[in-house]
Write a protein that binds this ligand. Structure first.
Ligand code: ADP
Ligand code: MG
Length: 694
């Protein structure tokens, strides 16, 4: 039977396989980079360029420079080196003046076959002077059709693009795909309104895409990149503005502010709120008085006292006759929250009952809690995922709080908010200090309160960078602290390629420490692949373990006041902000605590970064540094939020972001449903599909 063939006309939204050069395997590789349609391909500019300049003669070359040379292949051969058995391809290129350039490629044995003598070839790479002559290692290459050399190289020389890649793709292949797709760039609609573009002096999208993939000069490239980055931030901000508007239309029950409630709360909480806590509490109270639901992110360093802020909101909701729910990522955290909320609230608010809901409870207990929630009898339920997995219903839900919000998906947060009849006010908490620009860019649909101050009386954690030869002193400190009755964490190096490898190396590390270093201490292991992480953590809390070895993926977000040493192996592999997170796991009690950053890499770059952690106790300062040093993409997994490098780099200049935000706001004022800006409307919809906007 004949299969009906539908040949839909190829458009910019056709899959990349509609390009002749993109084979199904290539398409799968491109998909890993988030490139599915021709449009995606065109909009994904190179992240950087190599500058080789116009072709030069061999006689003009200088040692160490990057250059392009055009000539004729004089000979080529594949070889295997005798000692290290590396496969090499060697070739000789003769330029039109007759001078020779040696070419060497590693691990591309097939190449020799593709470089027959007499072929016209352009190469671009770094020049190395070797006895009398010159050599290029792993140069880019392109065969030239015309034998007389009149046609210059089309794809190499000048500026060579660098695209983000996955195994099996090269920047050259990418450039070939883009070249085939380029005629369709005409079809790209501009998401930027003409007025905005003119006012800001930005290129149109078609020109930006052309120049971005094939600039003639560095300036072209910068212009293209600036335009693409701005358009992206603008799209995102338009998406956020749209969500904010939609949220504002959903009715929430206002929670009136009552001075007597806050007075009672302050009296019962047992400490003086910090200035930052008061500010954040006030922000939240203002939001909750409105008929539109609060949508606020509480961003505070570890130990800054976010729970107390949430508790004040719970008290206010309770006074208005509304219930609250708090969701935490692990059972231990939920239990710790239960203790804190009860401690903060139950004495001052006798009618305010707090219940726990986690999956390890018996069926009878869980049913009792569900009934208490559904009847409106309990004011606050604290729990884990069980809250959304089980059919918990609330009689009058007024406030939903999510702790460590990045540990939950958009859908889970949404499910929690759907637990009542109307739309509850929403407070998300995170202990990852996020620089303000990044918060605006990633969570622009939320308002943000920052707790940038720790409660008084904390002893700062002593941070020390420990070099290879000093390892014994680190172990000695652990031993000494355990002797004093304290406990220690050992974090194993991050292995990004595979969690399984990471687990293996952590297991090996545990065995090594048990056998060679601490045979007399109680050691155990916790990792991300373990089913019962909570049970191990609980035994650590109960002091049944002296030294807890953990993989990097495990977030040990638990209060263990008795732990006083945090030892991080392979510290150079972590971001500054991550190191700070680890450090936050100690120093939670009254005792002096230590954070030891171990590294075998003593290069100045590494030492300088680690030294910065050692000198900087503040998480926001470090996060900012991290953002500037490693680039925004590494922080907060911004790349997973579907942002391009250009847009992320643009975040380093906050002015551009606020401009994008202002322009987007103004546009939505005049065109609230974007009906007069269809291209932008479509882009916003696409963006909402790929980003984790909550
Ligand atoms: P986090 O922001 O990490 O969730 P917590 O809310 O768990 O921080 O607070 C950390 C510790 O500090 C808790 O033991 C809490 O009771 C205490 N705490 C919070 N606020 C204050 C304050 N203003 N003064 C003194 N201690 C406080
Ligand atoms: Mg907390």
């Amino acid at each position: 039977m004949a299969v009906p063939v539908t040949t839909a006309p190829r458009t910019i939204d056709s899959p990349v396989t509609s390009l002749a050069r993109v084979k199904p395997l290539d398409a799968r590789r491109l998909a890993k980079l988030g490139i599915e349609s021709v449009r995606d391909l065109l909009l994904t500019l190179p992240f950087d360029w190599e500058l080789y300049g116009a072709p030069k003669r061999v006689a003009e070359l200088r040692d160490g420079e990057s250059a392009t040379v055009v000539g004729t292949v004089a000979g080529s051969a594949a070889q295997i080196t005798t000692r290290k058995r590396v496969r090499l391809t060697k070739a000789t290129l003769r330029d039109d003046a007759g001078d020779l350039l040696r070419l060497v490629w590693f691990n591309q044995p097939y190449l020799a076959r593709n470089l027959p003598p007499g072929m016209r070839l352009a190469v671009a790479g770094r020049v190395k002077g070797v006895n009398e002559g010159f050599e290029m290692l792993n140069p880019h290459h392109e065969s030239l059709a015309s034998v007389d050399g009149s046609a210059g190289p089309r794809r190499i020389g000048g500026l060579m693009p660098k695209y983000h890649l996955v195994a099996g793709l090269s920047s050259k292949r990418m450039a070939e795909f883009v070249e085939e797709a380029m005629p369709m760039a005409e079809q790209l609609e501009d998401v930027l309104p003409a007025e905005t573009r003119l006012r800001m002096g930005l290129l149109g999208v078609v020109e930006a895409v052309r120049l971005g993939h094939k600039p003639r000069t560095e300036a072209d490239w910068q212009l293209a990149r600036k335009r693409m980055a701005f358009a992206e931030l603008f799209e995102l901000q338009a998406a956020f503005a749209l969500i904010r508007r939609q949220l504002a239309l959903e009715p929430a029950t206002p929670i009136p502010y009552r001075q007597d409630v806050i007075d009672a709360f302050k009296a019962g909480v047992g400490f003086e709120l910090t200035r930052a806590q008061r500010r954040a509490t006030w922000d939240a109270f203002q939001d909750m008085q409105r008929t539109a639901p609060m949508n606020r992110l509480l961003n505070g360093d570890v130990g800054s006292g976010k729970t107390a802020v949430a508790a004040a909101c719970v008290a206010m909701a309770h006074a208005a006759g509304l219930q609250s729910v708090v969701m935490a990522p692990t059972e231990i955290l939920a239990r710790q929250h239960l203790g804190k909320f009860r401690g903060y609230l139950e004495a001052s608010f006798p009618g305010l009952t707090v219940e726990l809901l986690v999956s390890s409870q018996g069926a009878v207990e869980r049913r009792r809690v569900r009934t208490a929630a559904a009847s409106g009898h309990c004011a606050l339920v604290v729990g884990t995922h069980a809250l959304i997995e089980e059919e918990v219903e609330f009689a009058q839900l007024g406030l939903a709080v999510v702790d460590e919000q990045h540990r939950f998906g958009t859908r889970q947060r949404e499910q929690l908010r759907g637990k009542g009849s109307g739309r509850p006010h929403f407070l998300a908490m995170t202990a990852t200090p996020i620089p303000r620009t990044l918060a605006l860019a990633l969570y622009g649909e939320m308002s943000v309160s920052v707790l940038d101050e720790l409660p008084p009386g904390r002893t700062p954690v002593t941070t020390r960078v420990v070099a290879k030869h000093d390892r014994a002193s680190a172990y000695e400190l652990v031993r000494q602290q355990v002797r004093l009755g304290r406990q220690a964490f050992v974090i194993c190096p991050l292995i990004e390629e595979s969690e399984l490898l990471e687990v293996r190396s952590a297991t090996a590390e545990l065995e090594r420490l048990r056998k060679d270093v601490f045979p007399d201490l109680k050691l155990d292991l916790v990792h991300g692949r373990m089913r019962d992480k909570d049970a191990v953590m609980q035994r650590f809390v109960n002091r049944e373990i002296d030294v807890l070895v953990a993989t990097a993926v495990v977030e040990v977000g638990v209060d263990v006041p008795n732990a006083t040493v945090m030892m991080v192996e392979g510290a150079e592999r972590f971001g500054l902000a991550q190191l700070h997170q680890f450090r936050g796991r100690v120093g939670r009690g009254a005792d002096k605590s230590y954070c030891l950053l171990l590294t075998d890499d003593e290069t100045p770059y590494v030492m300088e970064r680690l030294d910065l952690v050692q000198r900087t106790p503040d998480g926001f300062t470090l996060a900012n540094e991290d953002m500037h040093r490693r680039g925004v993409g590494e922080l907060m997994g911004a790349r997973q939020h579907g942002m391009s490098d250009a847009a992320m780099d643009a975040l380093l200049k906050p002015e551009l972001l606020s401009l994008a935000r202002d322009e987007a706001e103004a546009l939505l004022q005049s065109d609230p449903d974007l009906s007069r800006h269809p291209a932008l409307a479509r882009a916003v919809v696409r963006r909402l599909e790929v980003t984790s906007i909550s």
